[in-house]
Design a protein around this ligand. Structure first.
Ligand SMILES: C[S@@+](CC[C@H](N)C(=O)[O-])C[C@H]1O[C@@H](n2cnc3c(N)ncnc32)[C@H](O)[C@@H]1O
Length: 319
């Protein structure tokens, strides 16, 4: 197996080990998920500071190379206990090694397992859980490379007995995660979900509510669709019974966003987090395409850039 060390910017420069099975770090900083996660952690930290509530325990599931836990530990200064989880057992030691390079003094445990199962089994709790999960249930050979980053075996979350409307919007993994989180979160704890905003935001809220949580949006931004060869056909297949997934012609959407001026005169820059979700979607509406159209565009030109909205949402336990 090949192994390489990649320099990432968080904005600090860090070195992480990557392998054939870890989720690849992208050169363009805003093409990654962890950068959105980092900004969301900062927003939450500032909010909790006012409430005088430090986060001391953190768990991340779907961590891959562990970079999301590094980001959390840079932001939440009081973190003591950290749990790293990934379903792919090949990445778990890599995540732990990357994490310990920067935070050898923390109490870190790393587990191979689905969602939060290892924590439930061991009775481990966390103040904050972070999740960035695959959404496509149409399997295939998941052992290859890092395919588990986008896809999961149909039936993996059967225990959650997820209703069809949630599955149709490809939110089954997040619903199953939230149900498990109830047994892991400390009182007043919360889950941060990194979710592609390819579906109406109200659906995300309804799923979180159905799982028994309150929703708080931490941020919305715009990102290029990475792994288009996996995600676009997967979402195109899921477009049925009136459900569509929103993608955008990236270059035109970004040009429109850059040309937009806030009332303060400020020029917007990637990843366009200064706008609220309604403003953002209104500006890029003319460049909106369905998953099927985006997939056709990609098949005609593999270099065509396609974008999607990102929501980082906090699900708060209703106590
Ligand atoms: C998109 S990658 C996320 C990478 C990382 N969190 C980041 O921000 O760069 C998704 C990860 O979820 C893992 N995964 C897939 N299904 C999972 C499950 N049921 N439970 C836990 N991890 C899962 C994959 O192996 C992959 O490493």
């Amino acid at each position: 197996m090949t192994q390489r060390t990649t320099v990432v910017t968080l904005p600090l420069e860090l070195r992480v080990i990557e392998t054939d099975h870890t989720y690849p770090v992208k050169d363009d900083i805003w093409s990654n998920w962890y950068t959105f996660g980092l900004r969301a952690f900062e927003r939450l930290r500032d909010e909790l500071k006012q409430e005088g509530r430090p986060i001391t325990s953190f768990a991340t599931t779907g961590t891959s190379n562990g970079i999301d836990a590094i980001a959390a530990s840079l932001v939440f200064e009081n973190l003591q206990e950290v749990a790293l989880i990934d379903l792919d057992e090949r990445v778990v030691p890599v995540a732990k090694q990357n994490y310990l390079r920067y935070f050898s003094g923390k109490n870190v445990s790393a587990f191979a397992g689905s969602l939060l199962e290892p924590l439930v089994e061991k009775g481990i709790t966390a103040d904050l859980i972070y999740a960035n999960l695959p959404i496509l249930p149409n399997g295939g050979d998941l052992i290859q490379g890092y395919r588990r980053s986008s896809r999961y075996e149909k039936g993996l979350f059967a225990q959650a007995k997820t209703e069809d409307w949630i599955k149709n919007y490809l939110l089954e993994p997040y619903y199953a995660l939230l149900l498990q989180a109830k047994d892991v979160l400390t009182p007043r704890g919360s889950v941060i979900c990194s979710i592609g905003g390819r579906i109406p935001y109200s659906v995300i809220e309804q799923v979180i509510e159905k799982a028994g949580f309150k929703t708080q949006k931490l941020l919305t931004g715009f990102k290029v669709q990475t792994e288009p060869w996996e995600v676009l056909p997967g979402c195109a297949d899921a477009e049925k019974d009136g459900v569509t997934f929103d993608f955008y012609r990236y270059d035109e959407a970004v040009a429109a966003l850059r040309n937009h001026r806030l009332s303060s005169g400020k020029i917007l820059e990637e990843p366009f987090m200064d706008l609220n979700k309604e403003e953002l979607k209104k500006i890029i509406e003319p460049y909106k395409i369905t998953a099927k159209q985006a997939h056709e565009m990609y098949l005609k030109n593999n270099y065509a850039k396609i974008g999607h909205v990102v929501h980082i949402v906090r699900a708060m336990k209703k106590d």
